[in-house]
Design a protein around this ligand. Sequence first.
Ligand SMILES: [Zn+2]
Length: 384
Amino acid sequence: MDLPARQRSLREHNLAVVMRLVARNAPLSRAAIAAQSGLTRATVSAIVDELIAGGLVTEVSPPPPNGAGRPATGVVLSGATPAGLGMEINVDYLAVCVLDLAGNVRHRAHLTADQRGRTPSQTWSGLGALARAAHKAAVAQGLSIAGATVALPGLVSEQTVRIAPNLGWTETPIPAHIDGVPLSGGNEANLAALGELHALPGSEPSSFVYVSGEIGIGAGLVVNGQLFTGTQGWAGELGHVTVDPAGPDCTCGSRGCLEQYAGEDAIRSLSGLPSADLPRAAAEGSPPVLAALAQAGTALGVALSSAVNLLDLPCVVLGSHLAPLAPWLSPAIEHELQQRVLTSRWSTLEVRPSALGADAAIIGAARTVTSAIITSPAPYLASR
Ligand SMILES: [Zn+2]
């Protein structure tokens, strides 16, 4: 459409207003959208028609009427085109998912494979194969992949992995495309925290620290419904908070970091059972595993109490490998928080497992693609 700049930006603004309303409160009738947005009925109808033509929203039949008059159809986010591709490279697995605009996972794959000892290009090509299969599965369901985001266990900036200690990557570029789709990268814990934020019921702004990781440990900080990323996007390196200055050497070059006590390998090595299935051994009451989990829980509690004292967060979410271990970790974490958080006398701190478990990072990564379309639909519509 060839419109003067002011008219164009007004149209873009109205598209975004209607999209966000539908994303938050669907199904909404056109009349309800007009009432809630303050736009005229005619403007809302034109905008909704444009969003329907672009495949972003669709109209559904109303529930049976309970009063007089013709019931209005409801506008909802489309379960057809477009979709986001979320991916994860972690130390011992690769994973992908396809998420539609309405937030449904439409395809998911997980490949257990140790990435240590592989070159970055071998890892990217493994991920590329998963992306190709996901893309194919999406197209077969009538979806089109609008973009891709990959979650990485390290510091990411300017399309580069600055350092991922447990992968052995430094200054590793992230490809601009994967299987022909534009690709961006982000920190695994931050993306998992975003996934968790969207999975929470209700529209109350939430605040929590999401503890993530597999071999390593990271954290995503959500404050009043917003991800807190620090000045360079690098906040949340909880795994390298010192628990004991005289503790064991860490892959980062420091000593006594949290991940040397609470990383998956660390818990196994503390238990003296290097190949233990930790949740199963804990459920069976294995004394060395229970002792290692108590030690990991204490270390987590010590590190987390510093985070809570600094940031005033009411909730700790245990993600990835920590989620199934929550029943055995939580008592020690809660004990340390009780002892060390100054405000614990006046407020209760919740410690709970993640709602999304191991899929939080891939879902959060795919969300960055779908959220960008919901927040600002005009560029997507123009690109079609
Ligand atoms: Zn460290």
